[in-house]
Design a protein around this ligand. Sequence first.
Ligand SMILES: NC(=O)c1ccc[n+]([C@@H]2O[C@H](COP(=O)([O-])OP(=O)(O)OC[C@H]3O[C@@H](n4cnc5c(N)ncnc54)[C@H](OP(=O)(O)O)[C@@H]3O)[C@@H](O)[C@H]2O)c1
Length: 210
Amino acid sequence: MNISILGAGRVGATLAAALAAKGHAITIGHRDPAAGASQWKGPSVRHASLADAVAASPLVINATPGDTALPMLQALQTPLQGKVLLDVSNATERTANGMPGGLLYPNSSLAEHLQAALPQTRVVKSLNTMIFTVMAAPQSLSSSPTVFVSGDDADAKSQVKALLADLGWPAGQVLDLGGIQSARATEAMILMVPYLIAARGFKPFALTVA
Ligand SMILES: NC(=O)c1ccc[n+]([C@@H]2O[C@H](COP(=O)([O-])OP(=O)(O)OC[C@H]3O[C@@H](n4cnc5c(N)ncnc54)[C@H](OP(=O)(O)O)[C@@H]3O)[C@@H](O)[C@H]2O)c1
């Protein structure tokens, strides 16, 4: 299928490579398409502006920084109408050393704010509880990770679960937590990251339910 990814960083490039390898037609949305295309480190894909990328696909992945995602996606409300928006971002205040600090949306979540701001768009949260390398290589860790799925629309979640299968996730490692409100739980997991890295070093990680 046509899939658009907003954000051309580590997550965007990783998901683009894995999904392109499965035969999906990928469009990457950049703030500056010419500059973004010249700096792109991923596979051969189409490059577009953020709005043109959203218009190009029925399913759009938000892989931009979580602290700027809400106003950025609100500005794309019209092209996002009728689309599935898979949000993989984490919205935190940044500490001086660039590590995630407190939650930007305490007692709520970015995903809930996105769903409220974009009522004609079906928002699904997933893949935000692991380092980017694991998103497309779930068998790369010493124990089997879990990928969580949150969203209000069953069909949108089915589409995302199909993409997770394409990324290598066995159905038994996919845990549907229910409505979009459940994203506040998975988004809060980001608070563990600086402490995990301090305790164990900068190694690939994900969460699992055992
Ligand atoms: N890195 C991880 O392991 C990981 C794991 C789980 C979740 N996440 C989440 O996934 C998202 C992306 O992470 P990342 O590590 O790929 O980040 P990154 O390497 O910093 O890349 C983010 C990309 O988003 C675009 N961007 C930056 N600022 C933007 C803005 N204000 N508006 C629109 N686009 C903007 C940039 O692309 P252009 O310059 O081409 O526009 C940039 O390449 C974040 O929300 C992060 O919390 C990351």
